[in-house]
Design a binder for this molecule. Sequence first.
Ligand code: CU
Length: 105
Amino acid sequence: MAVLAAGCSPAPIGVVTMTELAYTPEAIILPADKPGFPVRLVNAGAPPHDFSIDELGAATVVHPAVLPGVDVTYPLPVLPAGTYAVFCGAHGHREAGMHTPVMVR
Ligand SMILES: [Cu+2]
């Protein structure tokens, strides 16, 4: 796990690790209005996992499923400040608890 910057307040996170039905860190913070901000998705689990954002509508899946052991960097789409819900779109994963809030600010 790498954090792009450290300080007193939580800094934007560029690395998200996906394991069985969880994202690490649990509360993800991303920068607002910074299209292209690199979000690195690491699948440290056994099945494929993805990183979907409900509020993006048609673009809800911001990356297709990441295969086990794969590490990809995806450029963030434009996200206005707010709180979003990220979840895994793999069958049954969201229902089993694979979701987390994302704060964009
Ligand atoms: Cu999953």
